[in-house]
Design a protein. Structure first.
Length: 281
């Protein structure tokens, strides 16, 4: 386990330091965690569970689809304009970060980056996808752990940036996820949220969904994947107004917005962490 990750890990529930006992990380409260799995085992809604299961089954089809140099290059170009405006640096936590491709796309330091995602994103499974493996080789050794945005297993004030791309509207509890982001950010830290706003699905789908829709007619193997993305498992559909309210009511001040050129109604917001979080019911 990389030192950068190890020294930041705490129990995702109690936030107490962890100790290594019999190959398990143990917290004083009695919770124990094995390997890189810090999911707390709490039950979320049925809709969330169904959606999560379908996204996990979709992963292999997506990897097969983009395993071509030109498609991988296009994938990077889709966010190039965003990361030219929003420049992350320092210690970065990527919530819902999957394999950590944003390290290459945003020019991050791989030694100061952690991805956390409920899905197991083991790099070894990419060995069979030679183009992906080569294109994103810089991401190969970044720390990737399993966990929930609502229960981050990191100590207070551990990061300079928390990055959330195409995931906030999938969280079981977005408000709690933002409160956790506030907690793990340093005093002058920044939150970056990229999301598709209400109405965007009529003219184009964000991120992986957009690629699937464009390629579906060319690959019969993707028909099932298309069916998956037609199902709506988002926990909420934010407008620009409701997204701004959600972020600013949970300890942040929005200081920059960037509309992604590649898709209709996809926005990225950068928000500064305020000095104190006032919790309201």
């Amino acid at each position: 386990m990389k030192e950068f990750l190890r020294k930041r890990l705490v129990c995702p529930v109690s936030k107490a330091p962890l100790s290594l006992n019999d190959d398990l990380l143990s917290a004083p409260c009695g919770f124990r965690y094995s390997g890189n799995d810090f999911r707390v085992g709490l039950e979320f809604s049925k809709d969330w569970s169904v959606g999560q299961s379908e996204y996990e089954s979709f992963e292999k089809r997506w990897l097969e689809m983009v395993n071509q140099p030109e498609k991988l290059s296009d994938l990077d170009k889709e966010t190039a304009d965003v990361y030219a405006e929003i420049k992350m640096c320092g210690d970065v936590l990527d919530v819902g970060g999957a394999y950590g491709f944003v390290v290459k796309q945003a020019g991050l330091d791989p030694d100061r980056y952690i991805s956390i995602d409920p899905i197991d994103m083991n790099w070894s499974r990419l060995r069979e996808y030679e183009h992906i493996n080569a294109h994103y080789s810089i991401c190969q050794d970044v720390p990737r752990i399993r966990g929930f945005a609502e229960f981050l297993p990191f100590a207070d004030a551990s990061f300079d940036f928390v990055h959330m791309r195409s995931c906030l509207d999938h969280f079981a509890n977005p408000k709690l996820a933002l409160m956790e982001a506030f907690r793990v950010l340093r005093r002058d830290g920044r939150l970056v949220v990229g999301i598709s706003l209400e109405g965007s699905y009529k003219k184009g789908l964000a991120g992986l969904k957009g690629i699937v829709k464009r390629m579906a007619s060319k690959s019969p193997a993707l028909r099932h994947a298309v069916e998956l993305v037609r199902h709506d498992h988002h926990m909420f559909h934010p407008t620009r107004e409701t997204l701004g309210e959600l972020i600013e009511c949970n300890g942040f001040r929005i200081e920059k917005e960037v509309w992604q050129q590649a898709y209709h109604n996809v926005i990225y917001l950068q928000a500064a962490r305020l000095e104190e979080l006032q919790v309201s019911s």
